[in-house]
Design a binder for this molecule. Structure first.
Ligand code: ADP
Ligand code: MG
Length: 452
């Protein structure tokens, strides 16, 4: 095989692996030789060779096969004349390694091109998170570190993180942004331990300008991963590098997360994405219609369809999007206007699922937000009035808005007896008559829970 053939193969790979992967992983490969059916490539680091082999080895092999080359296997090796790498058994350096690794080494997850600020619809429930993300995406001196974004599933955390990465890379193309899920972080860590490549691992994570770790709740309870995460985190903060973290709940509410990590995570800016409002959902739908229209020419949605979706599918933007896509696909098949009747038929399963009633967890979260106390205090044993009253309000709402029995509610309030729940509900019923503030709180909470 010649370098020229490799050039053709690379072009094909560009199409199949996408631009980002191509730049990070394929471009830096140097074709060395083909002998005995083994194609040898030179790579700058062992880590990278391993990564490429694992993730793109098969694709490279099959593309090479298509050019008529007798290739049985592909191998990746660090050329012998490359700079010696620190061995894994060498003593730990006292200070973090500051030499930046070559660009190609960033093993982040692929960024979704659609997740940009342009396609992110801003509304009351996410405006703070959006503003904070924008701010961080401007680059410049690091003001809050880390930025901690949290909120329920499908509310746009990943979208915002990708948007920040895109924006930073557009503004400052050399910025080394590493985005990955906490699960990938752990996987990488375990792999490095196993392969005795901890030095590479540490160096890699400490050489980035911006580190983003998505769904950090995943490392709760995983001690050694947390330990390593903590060190990486501190090293980067010390170097004034931006860190962005997401989770499905606030730092203090992630069980099994060490307290020193919790307080580190709280030391920056913590912002949450609230459940979507009707207006936000409608805005998102309108935006998605525009976004997908080119792919579904000729599909017409009748008036009121988007409003219906925004009203009925309330839990998760991903589900909302899925519903819209299905309608579009359906519309292009049947070739007539999608009216409400067709919408209901087409989405019968999704609508049924979304029909579910408010849950105890939602009520607890809403109530603790409303009274500005922690969820753990709402549920926990403390009896001071600041916690006890909101707790009783939450119990009352659970009885009113869910089908749960008193013992079931009790279990969800830290294992309380059903008589305690009954007492709490009675208390609120009385107070509602005399205390207009309580009556108002309850009214507001109920409306916002029903309106979700
Ligand atoms: P999370 O990471 O919080 O679970 P994602 O960021 O993956 O949620 O969002 C789920 C889907 O919903 C994605 O397709 C995303 O583009 C979309 N989405 C969520 N919030 C918004 C928003 N405000 N504007 C546009 N799309 C959104
Ligand atoms: Mg996510």
């Amino acid at each position: 095989m010649t370098n020229e053939t490799w050039g053709t193969v690379r072009q094909e790979l560009l199409k199949s692996v996408g631009h980002n992967n191509y730049r990070n992983w394929i471009e830096p490969l140097e074709f060395a030789e083909l002998s005995d059916g083994v194609a040898l490539f030179h790579v700058p680091t062992v880590f990278m060779g391993d990564w490429v082999s694992r993730n793109f080895g098969d694709q490279i092999l099959s593309q090479m096969g298509k050019t008529g080359q007798p290739v049985k296997r592909v191998e990746f090796r660090v050329p012998p004349n490359a700079a010696p790498r620190p061995s894994a058994t060498a003593p730990r350096p006292a200070a973090p390694v500051r030499t930046p690794a070559p660009e190609a080494e960033l093993p982040g997850a692929t960024l979704d091109d659609r997740f940009t600020f342009d396609t992110f619809v801003v509304g009351k429930p996410n405006e703070l998170a959006h503003a904070a993300a924008r701010r961080v995406a401007e680059g410049g001196p690091v003001t809050f570190n880390p930025l901690f974004l949290y909120g329920g599933v499908g509310l746009g955390k990943t979208h915002l993180m990708h948007a920040i990465a895109h924006e930073l890379q557009t503004r400052e193309p050399g910025t080394r942004v590493l985005y990955l899920s906490a699960e990938q972080f752990m996987y990488r860590f375990v792999q490095a331990l196993r392969d005795k490549q901890m030095m590479d691992f540490k160096q890699l994570f400490r050489s980035v300008d911006v580190l983003m770790v998505d769904d950090v709740q995943f490392i709760a309870g995983k001690e050694s991963t947390q330990e390593e995460f903590f060190h990486t985190f501190n090293a980067l903060v010390d170097q004034r590098k931006q860190i962005i973290i997401s989770a499905d709940r606030a730092p203090g509410e992630i069980e099994g997360l060490e307290s020193r990590i919790v307080s580190r995570l709280q030391s920056g800016l913590v912002v949450d994405l609230h459940p979507t409002s009707y207006e936000l959902r409608l805005g998102i739908l309108q935006q998605k219609v525009e976004q997908y229209r080119p792919q579904f020419q000729g599909v017409v949605l009748a008036d009121g369809v988007l409003e219906f979706l925004a009203h009925r599918i309330t839990s998760n933007v991903r589900v909302l999007e899925g519903a819209l896509m299905r309608l579009f696909a359906f519309g292009s098949l049947v070739g007539r206007e999608i009216d409400l009747q067709l919408t209901k038929e087409c989405l019968v399963d999704i609508l049924r699922q979304s029909d579910r009633k408010t849950t105890v967890e939602e009520i607890q979260r809403k109530v603790s937000d409303h009274y500005n106390i922690r969820l753990s205090d709402l549920i926990g044993p403390k009896r001071v009035r600041t916690f006890a009253r909101p707790r009783q309000v939450a119990m009352f709402l659970c009885k009113q808005l869910t089908q749960r029995s008193l013992p079931e509610i009790g279990r969800r309030f830290g294992g309380r007896d059903h008589t305690t729940i009954m007492h709490g509900i009675k208390r609120i019923e009385e107070l509602k008559q005399k205390d207009s503030q309580i009556a108002e709180d309850i009214d507001l909470l109920r409306r916002s829970l029903e309106d979700q």
